[in-house]
Design a protein around this ligand. Structure first.
Ligand code: GLP
Length: 242
């Protein structure tokens, strides 16, 4: 069963999430963090940067693995998840470049890149704390509905809804990549601890299905019901159908 913490608003969601990540980093400075992109984690990352600047929170021994990356966008592309992570977090804290891992969506051999990524997670000792967002269709990472619960890091085709949802960040939907590399649901489930964050009414249905619906590949986040240490931190709007 997932635990659920319902908070007032996005500010509080960001704070509660950052506090938990900071506490985990302080108690294990060489922690392996799994990180997410999208609009939802931005407030949490801003708060972590503030804690780094004002409270001495250090990421100097931290290793990070991002969930996913678009296929075909170079790291310099403003909508690539590489760009997002450096711009919104890594450039502002003391994480070491060599400890940062994001799938390479430009790799010549994408399948080999996926294998390499899985291997790197294993070599780092596995993920201690994984941060997740959720798509309106219940996707986690880029594991769209239909993704097997035992799936590993792989190349996936993005659903039309996800491409539409993410088109707001691009000039037009035609520019949204059609494929991505994502950690699999099986990969995500191996993280020792998971925090999923969601804000706003648009996520309410996905949250309700993930928390109390049947476990089904139609709702990828419902796999988390079987995780031994998974907390959803969600605002009132995202919790409105619970
Ligand atoms: C993208 C990412 C997901 C993220 C989701 C929700 O598709 N691949 O990891 O959780 O969007 O994003 P947002 O937080 O912007 O709603």
């Amino acid at each position: 069963m997932v635990k659920v913490l319902i908070v007032k608003n996005y500010e509080e969601l960001s704070l509660e999430t950052a506090l938990r990540i900071a506490e985990a980093v302080r108690s294990k400075p060489d922690i392996v963090l799994g990180l997410a992109t999208g609009g939802t984690p931005l407030g949490c990352y801003r708060e972590l940067i503030r804690m780094h600047r004002e409270e001495g929170l250090s990421f100097s021994k931290v290793t990070t693995f991002n969930l996913d990356e678009y296929v075909g966008l170079p790291p310099s592309h403003p909508q690539s998840y590489h760009y997002y992570m450096f711009h919104n977090l890594f450039d502002h804290v003391d994480v070491r470049r060599e400890n940062v891992h994001i799938p390479d969506g430009m790799a010549e051999d994408l399948d080999e890149e996926c294998r390499r990524y899985e291997e790197a997670i294993k070599e780092a000792g596995g993920i201690d704390l994984q941060l997740l967002g959720i798509g309106r269709n219940g996707h986690i990472g880029f594991n769209e509905p239909g993704s097997p619960f035992d799936s590993r890091t792989r190349v996936v085709k993005l659903s039309e809804q996800t491409r539409k949802d993410n088109a707001r960040f691009f000039n037009s939907i035609d520019e949204v990549p059609t494929h991505a590399i994502t950690m699999g649901i099986g990969t995500i489930m191996e993280a020792r601890r998971i925090i999923l964050i969601a804000s706003g009414e648009a996520k309410a249905e996905a949250i309700a299905k993930a928390v109390k619906g049947p476990k089904t590949v139609d709702v990828p986040a419902s796999a988390l019901q079987d995780h031994p240490d998974c907390l959803f931190i969600i605002d009132k709007e995202a919790a409105s159908l619970l």
